[in-house]
Design a protein around this ligand. Structure first.
Ligand SMILES: [Zn+2]
Ligand SMILES: [Zn+2]
Length: 145
């Protein structure tokens, strides 16, 4: 797969407990859809956070899906003010360089206020696993149309 921005080959890389396809040039990351991992997330309570947190936007993205070359759509994960692009054919998400680290920092700040059992890295991994599940991609696509 090639980077949608630089057309450089993406390489497998582990970041904060998650394996991603990363671009060696712009450091962007492609998160492939993962079907099976979604089950694991039942252990985490996203009930309140999940409500109204996904904001698909009509802003067209100039990026193309590294898997199918279709135009990606932009959406915002409002809870962490995180903007991502996703493939409407449910292939995955594109995240800019170091956006994941920024979210982890936000989670760390929030952690000071709340007593959390889970580590910040575990929560980020769980958030991504949930985002990469087919059902969530399906919901995003529905909201856009
Ligand atoms: Zn790149
Ligand atoms: Zn695609």
């Amino acid at each position: 797969m090639k980077c949608p921005k630089c057309n450089v080959d993406l390489v497998s890389e582990a970041r904060h407990k998650i394996t991603v396809q990363a671009c060696p040039s712009c450091r962007g990351m492609w998160f492939e859809r993962k079907e099976l991992e979604a089950l694991e997330d039942e252990a985490f309570d996203f009930g309140e956070h999940a409500k109204g947190t996904l904001v698909p936007s009509s802003t067209p993205s100039s990026l193309k899906c590294p898997e199918c070359a279709a135009d990606l759509s932009r959406f915002q994960y409002r809870f962490y003010d995180l903007e991502m692009e996703f493939c409407e054919d449910q292939h995955g998400y594109w995240l800019e360089a170091d956006e994941d680290t920024r979210v982890l920092e936000l989670m760390r700040q929030e952690e000071k206020d709340m007593q959390r059992k889970l580590s910040v890295e575990d929560r980020w991994a769980a958030t991504l696993r949930r985002m990469r599940s087919g059902s969530l991609l399906e919901r995003l696509r529905e909201r856009l149309h």
